[in-house]
Design a protein around this ligand. Sequence first.
Ligand code: GTP
Ligand code: MG
Length: 139
Amino acid sequence: IEQTFSIIKPNAMKKNAIGDIVSMFEANGLKIAAAKITVLTADKAGEFYAEHKARPFFGELVSFMTSGPVMLMCLQGEGAVLKNREIMGATDPKKANAGTIRSKFGDNVGENAVHGSDSVESAARELALFFEKHEICNV
Ligand code: GTP
Ligand code: MG
C-alpha cells in the first residue's frame, strides 16, 4: 500500500489544527502509520529542502520551518501521494480550492500549513530522512 510523508508546519501547529488536519486525512481514507512532534534543526530542514537551496526564499523557508514544533507523519492508503496533495490544495493558499488544508489553515505561500511529498520516490527519501523503518507501522 502506498505511503507518503506529511508535515504539519509551525504556523498550523500554532493554530491548534492537528486534530482538524488529521481528521481530513482520515475522512479521505488515509491512515496515520507514523507520527512525531519535534523541532527541526536548520541542518535537517536544509537537507529536507535541498532541491530549493538555490531559490531566493531558501533562507526564509528554513527559518520558518525551524521556528517551532512541527508534526511529522507517514500517511498510508491507496494513491496516498496524490490523495494527500489533493487534500492539501495548491502551494499558495490564495489559489487553493475551498475546503483544502491550505485554504483553511495556510497564511501565505511560505507559511502554507502542510508539506506533502510530490511523488512516491520523494516520499521514500523524505520518510527515510525522518523515520527509522521500525517506526512506521503497517496500519
Ligand atoms: P511542499 O509540499 O511543501 O513541497 O510544497 P509544494 O510542493 O506545493 O511547493 P514547492 O515544492 O514548490 O515549494 C516547497 C515549499 O517552499 C513550499 O511549500 C513553500 O513552503 C515554500 N515556498 C515556495 N515558494 C515560496 C516563496 O515564493 N516564498 C517562500 N517564502 N516560500 C516558498
Ligand atoms: Mg514540493
